[in-house]
Design a binder for this molecule. Sequence first.
Ligand SMILES: O=C(O)C1=C[C@@H](OP(=O)(O)O)[C@@H](O)[C@H](O)C1
Ligand SMILES: C=C(OP(=O)(O)O)C(=O)O
Length: 426
Amino acid sequence: MAEVWTTPHRTAPVDAVVALPGSKSLTARALVLAALADGPSRLVRPLRARDTDLMAAGLRALGTGIEQDGDDWLVTPGELRGPADVDAGLAGTVLRFLPPVAALATGPVRLDGDPRLHERPNAGLIAGLRDLGVRIDDGGRGRAPFTVHGTGAVRGGAVTVDASESSQVVSGLLLAAARYDAGIDLTVAGSLPSMPHVEMTVRTLAEHGVDVAATERGWRVSPSPIAAVDRVVEPDLSNAAPFLAAALVTAGRVTVRDWPAETTQPGAQLDRLLTAMGAEVRATPAGLQVTGGGRIAPLEADLGAVGELTPVLAALCALADGPSRLTGIAHLRGHETDRLQALDEVLTAVGARVEQLPGGLVIIPGPGRAAQLDSYADHRMVHAAAVLGLAVDGIEVTDPGAVSKTLPDYLDRWAALVDQPAEVGR
Ligand SMILES: O=C(O)C1=C[C@@H](OP(=O)(O)O)[C@@H](O)[C@H](O)C1
Ligand SMILES: C=C(OP(=O)(O)O)C(=O)O
């Protein structure tokens, strides 16, 4: 892939129907629960991208059979065992969902990943697992690399966790907990971002027959087998964000196919958020259709529940006709990069004025100017740069290959959208 990508510039309205591959978050949960289940299962339309391939590789390293059958994955649970090495890459899902599984393995499991993974917060998960009876060597860092010393069983029971830096701490513990001797009675201390993702975990567990109940400040999972379930993975609605944003930027029309009528994906909130920014959003038989009206309205929003939508929304804010204020997103400083800092740098480079709040951004649009931007090894920063590049001529991105994290052919899809075919393929 090119080391520097010149993003396509287009002011004429786009008019396209876009089909997207499966959700990263749903694929990750489906893989983990299939590996812990009481029999084999089939995943139809799983996302095949770096994060989900690393999840599959990690589960294979622990003894799970995962085979490809056409575009499907066939998952056969095996006895979980170490010693094993897990490469989490830069995937928060692997970092937080696999250690609770590794705790059930017989033998040590070492987890490591990209240099930036060493900076991603994980103290809440490590402390929580220790309180449930799991031995972990992390050199006192609270981050990767670390080794989980599985003994084949986890005591489980009551635990209070700090998930203020990532909801994935809660999701990871809940996903494996039915296999713990006493299940889990998890209390959340402090704030919890990304609630839709926790709801996604709870919903997916229930679909696997697990008894999971909300408590006053957390969730309880009863010990039980996890039923094997064949499932079709929904399209990734967070990855729909840049494509739908293109409709606003060019006053065009974009339809994302197979938009689920009901879903726990945070991307469902694009309907509300893009409407607030001036789009007309309609559910059509073909999918969710977004039409831009020529004006992008500024946005005042708490994005704490939908943090992963922030980079694309912030790019739209830089093209809006007034100042925007995005709040509730302090935890984005621990994402693929410090996204508040990265967005400040990128939006400033293209001519906006940005004020960083401790947990948010104020974005004041300015006259656009050409700039070479970094990807910060962050797929969603590439998406944001592409949205800016539609409106501002001369936007380049170094290291655009970061998109492989969740949508490896993003650059081709984006080029197809901008070059104006009717259909941008699956
Ligand atoms: O559970 C999940 O699949 C995710 C939860 C969220 O993590 P944080 O709560 O760390 O933001 C989200 O940003 C991430 O992309 C996926
Ligand atoms: C924050 C994200 O990913 P991760 O699952 O690695 O935390 C993201 O995809 O925006």
